[in-house]
Design a protein around this ligand. Structure first.
Ligand code: GAL
Length: 826
């Protein structure tokens, strides 16, 4: 219906356009060039329905909107073929279909369907005609449907087969289905091709920036066409400059044209002020604009300097990045722009300025947001090449598809100002052999062919075996482990995962090469859980390939920064090294948020990760504030753990602080001592015999109070407090309000170990689309309407419908005072 109404809207605009074209050709409207095609799909999940022709009238369909991830709707299962690494959720084989009409006016146009990503092995048919197959679940693709469509009143039927039944095929939770957006694109037969523009700014000074525009025009007419191509650059609504070229393009051909222009006094894109421009490409034939295509881009100048690291617009910028998988916690892998934006907001608040799209092309919306919000993106292509990491993974498709997948990623992403580094792979097993060098050379050559403006790296295993022997961390021995790709010189930037102990030797090992810590840390924490003796470091599991037998009851991990994977480090250890040396351009920490799958150090019943600085629900763990104290100008004083312990028990109390000389801690009004960070310390600590009451910290500079922070012993859980991240949301059927539920005692103190089951209900124009506590051991559905809190907290996500009005969300738990919050959809 929506699509039809879009067409009616488009038709009206088309008529208006024809009427007005001769008066003022700039009034041509191309807003319906690309329209959403997400709503009202029918879905059927059935492993045994393998052949499209066996779909029958008896096949039962469910109506839903995409993006959709059927995996997240399933049950966690110890026996899931995806394994706990894959989140113990199910894969399977699913079918989507949708019926739609296309306006008769479009019969002379080109109509394509665009999928931003379908996991995985998708095949598409329109009106029975096979359009094609795409194994890679993370890359976008499109099919021209024009010649198979019925125009006017007759229906069209599109069918999509999604086959994620061969498991395991991923080391993390992939999700299943049409999990990214779907669009319909309608253009004239003479139009800008798919990802058809390439905007670069080869020379940038304060006075001016040169802008090079490469545009691929596609002529799908059976006759040659004479046209004028005009590219106009806008800053917001202000026209900055324009360039025009006459072309003649033969029938059924593509032609790439090059234009050059300049922007005077350019407003540069930076992390703090991510300023964007838009290039509007218009193709005119006989004085009528037949196509218009917009490309958002940024003007910035950067390099990776061997001694000074990353230089952006002439200024040294340390990359303070995090790795992110694509899932959105309780929403699974079905993308939602607001959910990605919220993740980025939380990370920005912590001081993060970089995102690594580990280990695959991200949703296009992530890059749009990084452009707008100011992140330095390492855009990664692959987690494996020819050699598998899990039995049915992408290595099985490597020979046939890697070239196309990589090229498409480059074409798709190369205009994004936030993208600064291409990564051709993560911990690729072939890196140790000459085969790896051959493949790396091929991938580097492809990447350079499509983009010469960004350096290429690979996230390589370190020069030492972190799992086996710490002795090898000495430089002399470490040297012998250099992998073939690192040695070959094929990469622009040397990128290592982990082994922060070897970073200091980088300049000796690779003279003349820049360095980036492509992946670091892999520290482990459960939010709000503490082993109260905090001053020893625990390495869990002992080795990645050994079964893990120690650990805590309940599969918890202490949230003091004291637990790490053996191949990683604590958060503090790696940041101390990166911070110290200018030549280390930065780091991407594993990981910003927890993700589903890979529940290191545990196995089942754990099903989600412990690596995140922020938990699966989006609640920061304590170490978030260490980074905030180091990475932002914000004044920080964060003390932890909570203050509910056994009488007499000695509790380690940590404080992260900045902008102060010292912190004094008081227990029930009596000083426990003053501490200040010495040398490269990143926190201070007191050992405090527990006594219930109030623990208060005061940070001071030159004797004057900077901040005060207090934690109190909580009584029994008494009430539920609801806080929405946004209490007004858009009534567009997509927007989300993330509501935090805090379990408080009668005095309003967070009950720090409360794990009550909370029941949610909604009235009005909204629905619950996700619930989550951040507990890696919870097997409750993220899609239900009840959930057990973890350490006093739980999250519920409310989505608008397309109707505006009040949405009332109520939370209840046995024995606790219930509460209701009102969200307005407009
Ligand atoms: C790395 C790997 C990541 C993740 C991480 C866990 O070696 O690149 O994908 O598995 O280990 O520590």
């Amino acid at each position: 219906m929506k699509y039809l109404s879009n067409f009616i809207h488009g038709l009206v605009l088309f008529v208006i356009t024809i009427l007005t074209a001769s008066c003022n050709r700039n009034e041509t409207d191309f807003s319906s060039r690309k329209v959403t095609f997400n709503n009202d799909w029918s879905f059927h999940l059935n492993d045994s329905l393998k052949d499209k022709d066996t779909i029958s009238n008896a096949t039962v369909w469910r109506t839903l909107n995409v993006p959709h991830d059927w995996g997240i709707e399933g049950k966690f299962d110890e026996k899931s073929p995806a394994g706990y690494g894959g989140g113990a959720l199910t894969g399977g084989l699913g079918w989507y279909k949708k019926t739609f009409k296309v306006s008769a006016a479009d019969s002379t146009k080109v109509t394509s369907i665009i999928f931003d990503g379908v996991y995985k092995d998708s095949e598409v048919w329109i009106n029975g005609h096979y359009l094609g197959k795409r194994p890679n679940g993370y890359i976008g693709f499109q099919y021209d449907m024009s010649q198979y469509l019925n125009y006017g009143d007759k229906n069209n039927e599109i069918i999509v087969k999604v086959d994620n039944s061969k498991q395991p095929n991923s080391r993390w939770y992939s999700g299943s289905g049409i999990f990214r957006n779907v669009w319909i694109e309608t253009t004239d037969k003479l139009h800008v091709g798919q990802w058809g523009t390439y905007v670069t700014t080869p020379k940038v000074t304060v006075e001016k920036a040169s802008v090079n525009l490469e545009t691929t025009i596609q002529n799908q007419n059976s006759v040659s066409k004479k046209a004028i191509v005009t590219t106009t650059i806008f800053k917001e609504d202000t026209k900055v400059t324009s360039v025009t070229q006459n072309i003649t393009i033969v029938a059924n051909a593509n032609q790439t044209i090059k234009q050059e222009t300049q922007v005077e006094s350019p407003v540069l894109w930076s992390v703090e002020k991510p300023e964007l421009y838009t290039a509007v490409t218009e193709i005119s034939v006989d004085d009528k604009i037949v196509d218009q295509y917009k490309t958002s881009f940024g003007i910035r100048d950067f390099k990776f300097d061997v001694n000074k690291g990353f230089i952006l617009n002439g200024k040294q910028v340390k990359i303070k990045g995090v790795c992110m998988h694509h899932d959105l916690g309780p929403l699974g892998s079905a993308i939602n722009t607001r959910a990605i934006e919220r993740q980025l907001e939380i990370l920005k608040e912590m001081g993060v300025n970089g995102i690594r799209t580990s280990h695959n092309p991200p949703a296009p919306e992530l890059l749009d947001l990084c452009d707008k919000m100011g992140f330095i993106v390492m855009d990664e292509a692959f987690d494996m090449w020819k050699q598998t990491k899990t039995k049915y993974d992408y290595a099985n498709d490597w020979d046939k598809w890697h070239k196309k997948d990589l090229i498409d990623q480059l074409l798709r992403d190369r205009n994004h100002p936030s993208v600064f580094i291409w990564s051709i792979g993560n911990e690729i097993p072939e890196q140790w052999s000459e085969t790896g060098v051959t493949i790396a050379k091929e991938l580097v050559a492809i990447t350079r062919q499509y983009d010469k403006t960004r350096p290429i790296t690979a996230a390589m295993n370190p020069p030492v075996n972190m799992n086996i022997d710490e002795v090898t961390l000495q430089f002399d021995k470490a040297k012998t482990y250099f992998n073939s790709i690192a040695k070959s010189g094929v990469l622009d930037i040397i990128g290592y995962n982990y082994a922060h102990q070897t970073y200091e030797y980088h300049q000796k090992n690779f003279p003349g090469k820049s360095f980036i810590a492509t992946e670091t840390t892999s520290a482990l924490e459960t939010r709000g859980y503490y082993d109260v003796k905090s001053d020893d470091i625990k390495k869990w599991p002992v080795r990645w390939d050994l079964k893990f037998t120690e650990g805590n009851p309940g599969n918890t991990v202490s949230a003091y920064d004291q637990v790490q994977a053996p191949w990683g480090s604590t958060h503090e250890a790696t940041w101390k090294v990166i911070k110290k040396h200018d030549f280390l351009s930065g780091m991407y920490i594993w990981t910003g948020f927890d993700y589903i799958g890979e529940p290191t150090p545990y196995e089942w019943p754990s099903i989600s990760s412990y690596f995140g600085i922020v938990d699966l629900a989006g609640f920061p763990k304590d170490v978030y504030y260490m980074y905030q104290s180091e990475w932002t100008d914000k004044t920080v004083l964060h003390i932890f753990p909570h203050w509910n312990w056994k009488a007499g028990q000695t509790v380690d109390v940590w404080a992260y602080y900045n902008n102060a000389d010292e912190v004094e801690l008081f227990l029930n009004g009596k000083s426990v001592g003053i501490r200040s960070k010495k040398g490269d310390d990143l926190h201070v600590m007191w050992k405090v015999p527990f006594q219930s009451g109030t623990l208060k910290a005061i940070s001071r500079k030159n004797g004057k109070t900077v901040l005060e922070s207090e934690i109190r012993t909580a009584g029994n859980p008494a009430t539920l407090k609801l806080t929405a991240d946004r209490s007004t949301i858009k009534a567009d059927g997509n927007d989300l309000s993330f509501v935090t539920v805090d379990i408080l005692d009668a005095n309003g103190t967070l009950a720090p170990t409360a794990n009550n089951e909370i029941n949610f209900s909604v009235t009005g124009n909204g629905k619950i689309v996700g619930v989550c506590s951040g507990d890696p051991v919870s097997h409750e559905s993220y899609k239900g309407s009840k959930h057990t809190a973890l350490n006093g907290k739980c999250l519920v996500i409310v989505q608008s419908t397309t109707k505006g009005g009040r949405i009332e969300l109520t939370a209840k738990a046995n024995g606790l005072k219930q509460n209701t919050i009102v969200i307005t959809a407009e």
